[in-house]
Ligand binder design. Structure first.
Ligand SMILES: [Zn+2]
Length: 97
């Protein structure tokens, strides 16, 4: 008998692609499904101020979570870089390239 694991796999950031229209305007993200070769579109709903996904899930799905996680990671990385730059500028101006 096969036992099925119920743990939800996290989608890694590598399977997230940005989508934009022809003029380059940001529309949302394309997120690859964990269980199949399908891609889902996670788009930003301006009026509702939230992301929406076109998969079958009715609540916040793992695709939206993956997008939010990827954005959070990027913001944190840029904050770290800002802090580092500020620190370097304050304490060691010679290191500012
Ligand atoms: Zn989804």
């Amino acid at each position: 008998m096969k036992t099925q694991k119920t743990t939800t796999k996290e989608i890694n950031a590598a399977s997230i692609a940005r989508i934009s229209d022809k003029s380059g305007k940001f529309l949302g993200y394309l997120v690859k499904s964990n269980s199949s070769e399908n891609y889902y579109q996670v788009t930003w709903n301006e009026s509702a101020s939230r992301y929406e996904c076109n998969c079958v899930a009715t609540c916040k799905c793992c695709h939206i979570k993956a997008v939010e996680q990827a954005q959070k990671a990027r913001i944190e990385a840029s904050r770290r870089e800002e802090k580092r730059a500020a620190f370097v500028a304050m304490y060691d101006p010679c290191l500012v390239a």
